[in-house]
Design a protein around this ligand. Sequence first.
Ligand code: THU
Length: 160
Amino acid sequence: MTQKIILQGEIELLEPSNVSKVELSLLKAAQKVSENSYSPYSSFQVGAAVLLENGEILQSSNQENVSYPVGVCAERLVLGYAGANFPDQFPQIIAIVARRKGDQNWAKVSPCGMCLQGINEVEQRFGKPITILILRPDQSVYRVEGVKNLLPLKIDDLTS
Ligand code: THU
């Protein structure tokens, strides 16, 4: 017999007025750092900001390369920096924003598969889910409690 398995993920869609102060400051930090994006090949300027357990906020933008695969996404850069400099601090929240160069409005964005796997590794390391915030073009925000909601069949779930 062949069974069909439906994989599900839960995402909260927050109206701008329901975004908390802390969440707003993270989104703002991500917006600001997206201006430092080095993205001459895609013109897609991404910013990611992380809130550490100690209250510190870290941020990074995407950094591209003429050899395209060498480029690194904003999410993996900021999480790598957090791990390298604050190895004992859990990154509780990661906020992600993106905008096409020259556009006024913020773009639709979602972490790529490599970044989801990168977020998963940090969750496994600390044994708890990371809250992922994604800014939407209409200023509403996706709030996701743990990467499993965006990557249901994670490599470390394959045996369960
Ligand atoms: N990018 C990110 O930095 N984060 C995302 O969530 C989506 C994609 C970057 C990779 C590349 O530099 C550019 O955006 C276009 O894909």
